[in-house]
Design a protein around this ligand. Structure first.
Ligand code: C5P
Length: 239
């Protein structure tokens, strides 16, 4: 597993069931990204071998598994996943602090230890979508509440939408990882993402890492798209 680097903040989301396609994109964008993100689609189709193949590229891998179950089950899942070599694993903060602590403790059994971060509120949920689930708080308030819970449980950071980055940074301080999907270069299609910003805006707001899927993987030239997003991030980091 190679290390995370703030100089390369983009994780490309490989949302595909094809190992060949994932490897082709990974190789094409490797010079411009800080890591690869594999999630439920990839892992459901390609399993542990698929994760190993991504780890073997030498880029840090974010296993976006979004575990959400009883603490004992989540600990077992983290114990099974960590030895495959991901640099980052996530769980849902809504699973509660006991569940998050169990994930953290299970990760500590493997060296090097994967960072455990918590998904706060899915970036596809807006206020009415959240209200439908019985949460009356605004997405911003709910994200900050869950980020504090995750930090109290000893996690390394959170996943939140760009719109909550500044509030989470203020609530949780420096050194707490903020990973942000829902990033869209100006003019790009939103898809199902509701709470979005451009890559430069997200970095300026205080994000450590950006997860970018379709704007790179759906581009006619993924390497060029990744290069442009990386350049925008570098520019924002300097200003
Ligand atoms: O294609 P797009 O850029 O929307 O991809 C974003 C990626 O980030 C997807 O793989 C999605 O699963 C992931 N993600 C998200 N919202 C979260 C956590 C992860 O969109 N809260």
């Amino acid at each position: 597993m190679s290390g995370l680097s703030s100089a390369h903040p983009v994780f490309v989301a490989l949302d595909t069931t094809s190992r060949e396609k994932a490897l082709a994109i990974a190789n094409a964008v490797a010079p411009h990204v800080g890591g690869l993100k594999v999630g439920l689609e990839f892992i459901s189709a390609l399993g542990p071998d698929g994760i190993r193949a991504m780890v073997a590229t030498g880029l840090p891998v974010f296993a976006d598994v979004k575990f959400h179950d009883i603490p004992n089950t989540v600990a077992g899942a983290v114990r099974a996943l960590a030895p495959l070599g991901p640099a980052i694993i996530d769980v849902h903060a809504a699973g509660g602090s006991a569940m998050m602590r169990a994930a953290r403790d299970a990760a500590a059994e493997t060296t090097p230890r994967a960072k455990i971060i918590a998904v706060t509120v899915l970036t596809s949920l807006d206020s009415p979508g959240l209200a439908e689930t019985g949460v009356a708080a605004s997405p911003l308030d709910q994200v900050v509440r869950l980020a504090r819970l995750a930090q109290g449980a000893g996690l390394d950071g959170v996943v939140c939408s760009p719109l909550e980055i500044a509030a989470v940074r203020k609530a949780c301080g420096p050194g707490f990882l903020i990973v942000t999907p829902g990033v869209r270069p100006a003019g790009a299609a939103l898809g199902d993402q509701q709470r979005v910003m451009t890559p430069g805006e997200a970095i300026s707001a205080g994000a450590d890492f950006l997860v970018v899927g379709r704007p790179i993987t759906g581009a006619s030239d993924p390497a060029a798209a990744a290069r442009a997003i990386a350049a925008e991030c570098a520019h924002a980091a300097l200003s």
